[in-house]
Design a protein around this ligand. Sequence first.
Ligand code: SAH
Ligand code: SF4
Ligand code: F3S
Length: 472
Amino acid sequence: MAHRLYIETVGCQMNVLDSEMVVASLKRQGYELTRNIEQADTILFNTCSVRQHAEDKVYSALGKLKRTKRRYPDKIIGVLGCMAQKDQRLIFERAPYVDLVVGPGQLHRVPELIERARQGQGRQMAVSLGRRDGPVEEIRRSHETFDPLRDPTMRPTPFQAYLRIQIGCDKFCTYCVVPMTRGPEQGRPPSHILAEAHTLAGQGCVEITLLGQTVNSYRYQEGGRTYRLSDLLYALHDVPGIRRIKFVTNYPKDMTDDLLQAVRDLPKVAPYLHVPLQSGSDSILRRMKRGYTVEDYRHMMARIRETLPQVAVASDFIVGFCGETEEDFEQTKQLVRECRFKNSFIFKYSPRPGTKAFELMEDDVPEEVKQRRNNELLEIQNAISEEQNLELLGRTFEVLVEGRSKASWKQNETGPVYQLTGRTPCDRIAVFEGTLDLVGQFVPVTIYDATAHTLFGAVETRQPEPELVSLV
Ligand code: SAH
Ligand code: SF4
Ligand code: F3S
């Protein structure tokens, strides 16, 4: 009988993509996916270490498997991803019944290692070298990109896909574990990226999201030429079948004019930029080692608004970072009001072993202060998001329909009508009524109501004049 695989994924888009790849490689070996953990003979967790909470979730899920493993010792339990790279043998110590620990740079070995564990060869571990564990080239080689296989059935939708253009990160923000877990920054060759885009388009994919921790820092040297993200965008724009291209996440210092101009000049590139600011205080930015000042970020925003007046900008913030005073936090609030982000992801600082901040700075903002700052900032951002969304009433957007948003439906003369959900070119969520044949299609949706997080609209049944459909 075929092996049955259960996989749970936490963390960022990189992990979602990694899980797609792992599942594809195991399916090649005859595995079948199951959503029921009890029916699985192979249980994998693809993990994240960016905040303590993400790790706690996995350790608690592992704890629940202790009895399962005692009853069914043949079941294989594996921990993959960033926590595997960070904690390594510690995972076996905390959960001795785990069979497999595989870091994000070694995922190509998962099928082989599962097989070994199954044959009774004991615990298996494959991790990459640490950032100080040898010559740079060797460290790089130990973090392999793993992008050979695509499996449309593993994606949230078959017509949308992530495409990795870069692995690792060299920015070393003092709070962040990613440069340790994902290793040195390395761009993938443009030829590989393009070939994969063609494969995806051949599978019916219409939207691709390019992934990199600092995606706009992408560089690749080949034949005496340096390729940048803007060069990739031009090349990908010509791939038949691909109709929308996004890229995340951007690093403020690398938001160059050639990139902004490419976003402006290429209609398939979504007018949406995720460029985390993290804090509105210079002293905090310095302690975070973000490499820019508030003034630098303001200048970047001004350049963005000048080249791309209609673009939506999103940000991330960390509140309660080491040494953050009320005054620092007031400055962050001020920047959020000023920059008018489409949305912001707000996180409470979580000290991460192995980082500079963990080693050298005191986590001195009490949890309740972090929580209050989180709530306050979110409230300001939500008010801005709602204001912006309300400005869009009456406008028509080209929405890529992703699926049903609710279980409810009603019967119409022509058949069942559902509440559908999709995204506008500027990455806003729109919900509207429609039939299921619209899923995977681009449809014009006119907005009639909005909250901070959702646009409510109706599909235009009359073909609108092309110039009335907002591309942004
Ligand atoms: N490479 C991306 C994303 C990194 S992780 C980037 O640089 O933008 C996603 C977000 O998690 C970060 O932007 C940051 O806001 C947050 N984050 C990272 N480390 C954190 C920590 N130790 N505590 C709390 N939030 C953190
Ligand atoms: Fe982490 Fe900073 Fe790299 Fe982003 S840029 S992954 S926050 S070190
Ligand atoms: Fe988490 Fe690793 Fe992504 S730490 S955020 S899964 S790169």
